[in-house]
Write a protein that binds this ligand. Structure first.
Ligand code: GRF
Length: 203
């Protein structure tokens, strides 16, 4: 990567923010050569916002719209504007519970990453760890992929396998998958940066 400037990440999340914390910790320890420009959430009570503020990272809370699972088009456009304002190079979805439709995908083509708690293409959608348990498979895992219009379907950048153990509950399995996520996500982001798999638009 160019020595001019570190790659700026914009992290989007709706939940407790453990993946954000893992990414931040990788940056602080020098394993990930990026900076987090902003953390954006659709929920003002999301844990990820508190973690970001503790780390003195800028935060934004999106306006509430008419829908629960996606953003109103004007709010998604505002989200794209925030990311541009913070000069974000790569968008990192870390438990962001809204499906992205047009405006953001157009503004950040092939520059939005997501982590999903299964070995895609298996178990797309919600609570993928429960789907894996119910299916009776012996292993599952997590996947980092580019975001495309079809949910959980973009090109895969990295995966880590996680065994399913006898006696696993949805909670124990999800916790083990999250440990894998916290290793995988920072590693894949670094690989994306090293290999310039994205196009810099803010020079
Ligand atoms: C992760 O399990 C991820 O796979 C899914 O949302 C969860 C986010 O958890 N997309 P956290 O907020 O990073 O702890």
């Amino acid at each position: 990567m160019s020595s001019r400037k570190r790659v700026l990440l914009g992290v989007l999340g709706s939940g407790r923010g453990s993946n954000f914390a893992a990414i931040l910790s990788s940056i602080v320890s020098g394993r990930l050569s990026a900076s987090i420009a902003v953390v954006i959430s659709d929920r003002e009570d999301a844990g990820i916002l508190g973690l970001a503020r503790e780390a003195q990272i800028q935060t934004v809370v999106l306006r509430q719209g008419r829908y629960r699972t996606r953003l109103d088009p004007d709010i998604e456009e505002e989200l794209a504007q925030y990311l541009r304002r913070f000069q974000v190079d790569l968008v990192v979805l870390a438990g962001f519970l809204r499906v992205l439709k047009g405006p953001l995908l157009t503004a950040y083509p092939r520059r939005i990453l997501n982590i999903h708690p299964s070995l895609l293409p298996a178990f797309k959608g919600k609570e993928a760890w429960k789907q894996a348990l119910e299916a009776g498979v012996v292993e599952t895992g997590c996947t980092v992929h580019w975001v495309e219009p079809e949910v959980d379907s973009g090109p895969i950048l990295g995966q880590e396998r996680v065994p399913i153990c006898p006696g696993d509950t949805p909670e124990s399995l999800h916790a083990r998958i999250q440990e894998a996520e916290h290793r995988l996500y920072p590693d894949v982001i670094q690989r994306v940066i090293d290999r310039k798999l994205w196009q810099r638009i803010h020079s």
